[in-house]
Design a protein around this ligand. Sequence first.
Ligand code: ZN
Length: 97
Amino acid sequence: MAYLFIKFLIIYDRMLFVKRDLILLAGVFLLMLGLLPFLAPIYAVIIAIGIFFGIKLFVKNRQKFLEKQIGEGFCAECGEKVINKKCPNCDKTDNSV
Ligand SMILES: [Zn+2]
C-alpha cells in the first residue's frame, strides 16, 4: 500500500511538472508572437528559446537550493536549521568552546 502511495505521489509530481512546463512554453510562445512585429522571426525564436531554458535553469537551481535548505530539517527544540545532524544552538558539544 505504501509503495503504491509513493508511486502515485511520484507520478502526480511528474504530471505537475509537465503541466508547469506547458504553461511556461505557452508563455514563451506568446512572448515570441509579441516580438515578431519588432524582430526578424529568427531572433524572436532565439530569444524565446533562450528565455525558456533560462527560466528552466533558474527553477532547477532554485529547487536544488530549497532542497539544500530544508535537506537536513530543523531542530525540534529551537527551530534552528540542522547542520551535520546537529543543531548549532542545542547540540553544542564539549569540544566546541
Ligand atoms: Zn536547537
